[in-house]
Design a protein around this ligand. Structure first.
Ligand code: HEC
Length: 128
């Protein structure tokens, strides 16, 4: 029962966060039509040439498969990102925002758009 409740709460907070990103995305672009897991998947894997001269993507730390655990540059283990494997993921809006902030700056050298964040969440929620 406790497990059921916590899964329920987890799914709810992800849904609340997605709703917020949806409102922001509509403000960012009148052409917004929704979030798509396949776009989130491409975003996750997209390699970008950082101004430090190194190629980087979200998968650099989180690995190419979000069901696997990843590693920081300092070799600390990062738990799996897929919600199916790690139900804690996307359950804490403040944590999600904090890490989008850090990691988008790290990889893209700019903040992620609400569209990118929502697509990425849709991807992590969709991975079985
Ligand atoms: C330099 C390594 C690194 C890169 C590159 C990286 N991340 Fe992360 N990410 C981390 C670490 C470390 C954490 C926090 C540890 C944890 O939650 O297990 C984290 C956590 C997150 C979280 C928090 C999820 C949650 O609910 O717990 C999100 C969202 C996230 N990353 C998105 C991204 C995205 C999007 C990209 C690509 C734009 C990206 N990350 C690239 C290291 C990285």
């Amino acid at each position: 029962m406790a497990l059921f409740v916590s899964h329920q709460a987890q799914a709810e907070s992800a849904a609340v966060l997605l709703k917020q990103y949806e409102l922001q995305a509509k403000q960012e672009s009148a052409a917004f039509v929704g979030f798509a897991a396949d776009k989130g998947e491409r975003f996750f894997h997209a390699e970008r040439l950082h101004s430090d001269g190194k190629k980087v993507s979200c998968a650099t730390c989180h690995t190419a498969d979000p069901r696997n655990s990843g590693k920081t540059r300092a070799n600390k283990v990062i738990d799996a990102m897929a919600v199916s494997v790690n139900p804690q993921r996307l359950s804490d809006a403040a944590k999600v925002e904090k890490w989008f902030g850090r990691n988008c700056k790290d990889v893209l050298e700019r903040p992620c758009t609400a569209q990118e964040k929502g697509d990425f969440m849709a991807y992590l929620l969709s991975v079985k």
